[in-house]
Design a protein around this ligand. Structure first.
Ligand SMILES: [Zn+2]
Length: 455
């Protein structure tokens, strides 16, 4: 009798531990664009700098204590973000992803000044996450990998990672507690300017080897980088060269089964990408909004921070909470009021965080589906981190979003945008999305439906 009892209890314990996910959290923070020269006495016409006495340029509006939508990240803003992060789930946070563009691209300092500014940001994060590892990657406004940078981040990275980081800015981290591997990429090497860099080829080779090895070790992988592949016509250039873009997409298709998530920043916007193998959604990338309120070359959003919830054993991403700072309200109140903005699965009514679910969500964002216009507005609101966009998003604009999310091949993206533009022109519709006339919508639907074939 006693033995049966014991066996049953043991069985229950085993079943319980097998079926119940061990929940953990990790932060994704990106694009601080820290500007050490930001001052509330600055002038937006002078890159948020204080006018010098001689060249004083007359009347201008005062800037906020925590920053301005036209300016890069102020120290007060970034410090407030760090303070807020320290108060959320401190006991369950496993690690922090920090995806680059640490410094303002407007910062005029020399290499030493830049290093000092990055060092200050590193100290701030070290003080915030005293017992956690922060995994940094480089953005296009950051210095190239160097011994100095490697020394700065030595406490966060193991020896093997430090070696590849110092040479090429990329590394991989094996988690001791789980079968989850983090692969941190230097996406600067995917840009057209770096195609001749010897480290570009090395990184490709290394990436293939790491993913191959992860496959045989039955590990799951997070890919982390600054810029995502694909296109976005609201930025002037593609972050990856055509060759690198195609190569990256092939890599994802090849290893889709072990890739549990891809995490990027760079666009200063809250959006996502779906990767297809023929017509089948096989992987996803989530793009976190910036801490900096400014979006280059023009535009803005509220500062954002993102906390992911995941299964520690499998790496499966379960959800995230997006936090934000209403910058205008915080400046008025003279208090930085960080608060939750939304939860991914609740906000979009997602069944789970998977390529299929995000594909279905993307389908709802396609222009031409009148019932889903509300969903598109929700998406747009999140995209701008709850900052009301000053200009409305018309049909062509809405379609660019859909194409950017679903067509990651450069050519497919252009075809997707052009097909929709000519469909809109034929229908004579360039009005804002808010209420497309039903007749136009119905006329558009078959044409738009074809777009999905491009993926
Ligand atoms: Zn940036």
């Amino acid at each position: 009798m006693g033995t049966t009892h014991l066996t049953l209890t043991l069985l229950c314990v085993i079943l319980f531990t097998c079926t119940h996910a061990k929940i953990g959290y990790f932060w994704h923070i990106t694009d601080f664009h820290y500007d050490p020269l930001y001052t509330s006495q600055g002038d937006t016409r002078r890159q948020c700098r204080k006018a010098d006495e001689r060249g004083s340029s007359g009347h201008h509006r005062a800037l906020g204590q925590f920053g301005d939508y036209s300016c890069d990240g102020s120290l007060a803003l970034i410090e407030s973000a760090a303070r807020y992060m320290r108060t959320r789930h401190p006991e369950n946070v496993e690690f922090v992803l920090w995806t680059g563009d640490i410094l303002s691209s407007r910062f005029p300092g020399n290499e030493d000044d830049k290093y000092q500014a990055i060092s200050n940001m590193t100290d701030l994060l070290r003080g915030t996450f005293t017992s956690h590892f922060v995994f940094p990657v480089l953005g296009h406004s950051d210095p190239s990998p160097s011994e100095q940078l490697t020394n700065l981040w030595m406490k966060w990275l193991p020896l093997e990672a430090l070696q590849t980081f110092q040479n090429g800015g990329y590394y991989t981290i094996e988690q001791t507690q789980s079968k989850l591997r983090i692969v941190a990429l230097n996406t600067n090497l995917f840009g057209a300017r770096e195609s001749q860099n010897v480290n570009t080829d090395k990184q490709w080779q290394w990436l293939d080897e790491v993913l191959q090895k992860a496959t045989s070790n039955k590990e799951m992988v997070y890919i982390v980088g600054h810029a995502a592949p694909g296109s976005d016509s609201r930025v002037a250039y593609d972050a990856y060269s055509a060759d690198a873009n195609a190569r990256y997409l092939n890599m994802i298709r090849k290893y889709a089964r072990i890739i549990a998530g891809q995490f990027f920043g760079h666009l200063h916007a809250d959006t996502f990408r779906v990767f297809y193998d023929h017509d089948r959604p096989v992987s996803w990338a989530l793009l976190a909004p910036s801490v900096s309120p400014h979006r280059d070359p023009a535009g803005s959003s509220n500062p954002g921070l993102r906390l992911y919830k995941f299964d520690i054993n499998t790496g499966k991403v379960l959800d995230y909470t997006q936090y934000y700072l209403d910058l205008a309200a915080s400046n008025r109140a003279a208090i930085p009021e960080w608060q939750p903005e939304y939860n991914l699965t609740q906000y979009y009514s997602l069944h789970d965080v998977s390529a299929y679910s995000l594909h279905n969500l993307a389908e709802k964002l396609r222009f031409g589906i009148p019932l889903e216009a509300a969903m598109f507005h929700k998406y747009l609101r999140a995209y701008n981190v709850k900052r009301d966009a000053p200009d409305s998003c018309d049909g062509a604009c809405a379609n660019q979003h859909f194409c950017a999310i679903t067509c990651l091949e450069h050519l497919a993206y252009r075809q997707c945008v052009e097909a929709a533009a000519s469909a809109l022109a034929a229908a004579g519709n360039s009005s804002p999305l808010i209420a497309p006339p039903i007749s136009v919508t119905i006329a558009l639907s078959p044409i738009i439906a074809k777009l999905v074939k491009f993926v």
